[in-house]
Design a protein around this ligand. Structure first.
Ligand code: SF4
Ligand code: SF4
Length: 373
């Protein structure tokens, strides 16, 4: 018995695929599947989170619809993954945020922006919101640095705790010992695979030739998004060090490190999400979990808005629009932090953990083969 219809269907598909094994060179999912003869829910959740949804196995499958076997691994795994995000949520009472995720995130973001704009007016002269503020400390004329640091540290800490407890739920579900997380070899392999997005393009040996391979460039846009996000995060860390260690207040000149990192990262964080949104829009509905389009789109749009509002603030920070742009940017960033554990962001964490487990299994399999040899 399985917990959901999607898990029961995933079990059926894995039994068919385990007999066929035509796709074993495509990605990590099929070699991991071949290590198993039965597919309990935890293992199906693991396999689904190992899948990047590249669609290569659907394109190659001789049993895909309209064949009576109706094999559609990317679609069913997308449904299993989305259900798993909900099941691992911490606290469980907030798991409903994964339903109508796009609407929930839009409401939280709008409220967050409104709270900052109203807060600026309440803390200061209402006219200050529309006045020009130039030079170091200009942002803090609208909101004291201490209050800003406190609000964002609390939101960030909450997101980290909620994500960590969700990750613990995933790890328990797949029944992997916690000791695996500190084994250097699987960890190193998983970091390498994640940084290269090794399996996103139908990875591995692959069955698709150049003409068949998908032209949605998801791997490229994921790279823009991932490294853009990291650079923006690095910009925030450097700015924090400037503030506390060097007593230098934002905003900084355009050639200073936080601005350079933030600008390069911000551009990446606009190109990547825009490309991913387009790819998601164009995705063959036969392979996608269309019911979760809102969840996919909401996170991508939030990343895009974080970057777009940050770059607009950088460009217009000496103008009268600065106050409203600051409220917009801080509101979007706060909403991004608060909603990270309840949206598509979690896919990166569970996929990375699945890669750690796969690296361990692959290592054990290789060791077994060399001993047998
Ligand atoms: S997806 Fe189709 S072709 Fe690939 S292993 Fe499964 S049944 Fe075989
Ligand atoms: S990663 Fe691609 S090839 Fe592998 S199971 Fe998922 S959709 Fe199929």
């Amino acid at each position: 018995m399985h917990g959901t219809k999607a898990l029961a269907e995933a079990d059926r598909l894995m039994v068919v695929c385990n007999s066929c094994r035509y796709c074993e060179g495509l990605c990590a999912v099929f070699p991991a599947m071949e290590l198993r003869r039965a597919f309990p829910d935890g293992d199906l959740n693991y396999l689904a989170n190992l899948c990047h949804g590249c669609g290569a196995c659907y394109d190659d499958c001789q049993f895909s619809p309209p064949h009576e076997f109706n094999v559609n691994v990317p679609k069913i795994f997308a449904q299993v993954r989305a259900d798993s995000y909900r099941a691992y949520t911490w606290p469980a009472a907030l798991s409903g945020l994964f339903d109508r995720n796009g609407r929930a995130i839009a409401i939280i973001a709008a409220l967050s922006v409104a709270v900052f704009a109203i807060g600026f007016v309440a803390l200061d002269d209402p006219a200050a919101l529309f006045a020009s503020h130039g030079g170091p400390g200009a942002f803090y004329a609208l909101m004291p640095h201490g209050a800003m640091a406190w609000v964002f540290s609390a939101a960030f800490l909450y997101a980290i705790v909620a994500l960590a407890l969700g990750a613990r739920n995933f790890w328990r579900d797949v029944a992997e010992p916690f000791a695996t997380l500190v084994e250097p070899r699987p960890l190193r392999q998983a970091v390498t695979d994640a940084c290269q997005l090794r399996y996103l393009g139908g990875g591995g040996v692959g069955c698709m030739n150049d003409e068949e391979s998908r032209a949605d460039h998801r791997r490229l846009f994921h790279h823009f998004t991932f490294y853009g996000f990291l650079l923006c995060f690095a910009a925030t860390c450097v700015a924090t060090l400037y503030h506390y260690l060097l007593a230098r207040e934002a905003p900084y000149p355009w050639y200073d490190l936080p601005v350079v990192l933030g600008t390069v990262g911000g551009i990446g964080l606009m190109i990547g999400p825009a490309g991913l949104l387009l790819a998601r829009w164009r995705r063959d509905p036969e392979m996608a979990d269309e019911a979760r389009f809102g969840m996919d789109a909401a996170f991508i749009v939030m990343l895009f808005l974080t970057s777009a509002t940050g770059l607009a603030l950088l460009a217009l920070r000496d103008e009268a629009a600065m106050g409203l742009l600051l409220a917009l940017h801080l509101g979007v960033v706060l909403a991004l932090f608060i909603t990270m554990p309840y949206g598509k962001f979690v896919h990166g964490i569970y996929r990375f953990l699945a890669l750690v487990r796969y690296a361990k299994e692959r290592g054990a399999m290789a060791a077994g083969h060399s001993e047998a040899g």
